[in-house]
Design a protein around this ligand. Structure first.
Ligand code: IPE
Ligand code: IPE
Ligand code: MG
Length: 243
């Protein structure tokens, strides 16, 4: 082997422009170790940092992560406050390292249910990072059905105000009323943890996404797992209803 021969990158094919991940399995990871669920969420936050860096290195333009669903409020007060605290720490760190990381932050979901302090941090992170290219969309208090209902309400309000007729609504126009307005649909949706369901994630946007389910808990998810999911994506035959 030549002295300076470059190591071949694991992923040789272009990655999808937009990857979405359901970051699942933190609780089971902690339980397997006899730790509180919050320890699993802390480990999951570390995985997110690594995988977001890896996505950037691969040239992924948009990364959308499911961090807290509209249904996750059913969990114990202790677990929810643990997750919110981790989120706050992460956002404070992200604000500090903004110049270095150059990542654009967006939030999908109804943030009004979060604490005023967290809402303020989200707003600051969003406005301070507006000019960066690689975009991370955090789904917080996000539900795909909730998003669709909100979009429908917004359109109905326009009709009621006499701004347009019901027939004026198109698929593209409806997309523009979603949290994800302006963001291309994810080509690839990854769910670690072994569950084979969408759990109310990106219902509208994932109409033609390729799904890759993986038998690894999110805190154990490694860069090579992302590479494997991308390789699997490239083996799929995407027909979009054609032949
Ligand atoms: C995903 O991990 C994180 C959130 C839903 C906030 P879980 O907490 O759902 O982990 P499991 O599925 O119980 O293992
Ligand atoms: C989906 O995971 C939500 C997030 C990962 C944030 P859940 O753990 O809440 O989903 P279910 O309950 O297994 O469907
Ligand atoms: Mg779960």
């Amino acid at each position: 082997m030549a002295l300076f021969e470059k190591k071949k990158p694991e992923v040789q094919l272009a990655p999808p422009r937009h990857i979405a991940i359901i970051m699942d399995g933190n609780g089971r990871w902690a339980k397997n170790r006899g730790l509180p669920r919050t320890a699993g969420h802390a480990a999951g936050a570390e995985t997110f940092r690594r995988i977001a860096n890896h996505c950037r290195a691969l040239g992924v333009e948009y990364l959308t992560v499911y961090a807290f669903s509209t249904e996750n409020w059913k969990r114990s007060e202790e677990e929810i406050s643990g997750i919110m605290k981790l989120l706050k720490n992460y956002l404070m760190e992200a604000m500090r390292d903004m110049e270095k990381n150059r990542v654009r932050f967006c939030f999908f979901g109804d943030l009004t249910r979060l604490s005023p302090e967290l809402q303020e941090l989200c707003a600051q992170a969003e406005s301070a990072s507006m000019d960066y290219d690689v975009q991370v969309n955090f789904c917080l208090n996000y539900g795909g059905r909730d998003e669709i209902v909100r979009a429908a309400r917004a359109f109905a309000a326009k009709v009621a105000a006499g701004e347009c007729s019901p027939e004026a609504l198109t698929e593209d126009g409806f997309s523009d009323l979603m949290y994800s307005a302006g963001v291309p649909d994810p080509e690839l949706v990854i769910r670690p943890s072994g569950e084979l369901r969408l759990s109310n994630f990106l219902l509208w946007q994932s109409a033609y996404s390729e799904f890759v389910y993986m038998n690894v808990l999110w805190p154990d998810f490694k860069e090579k797992d992302l590479d494997a999911a991308i390789a699997e994506f490239h083996r799929r035959n995407r027909r979009f209803g054609g032949v």
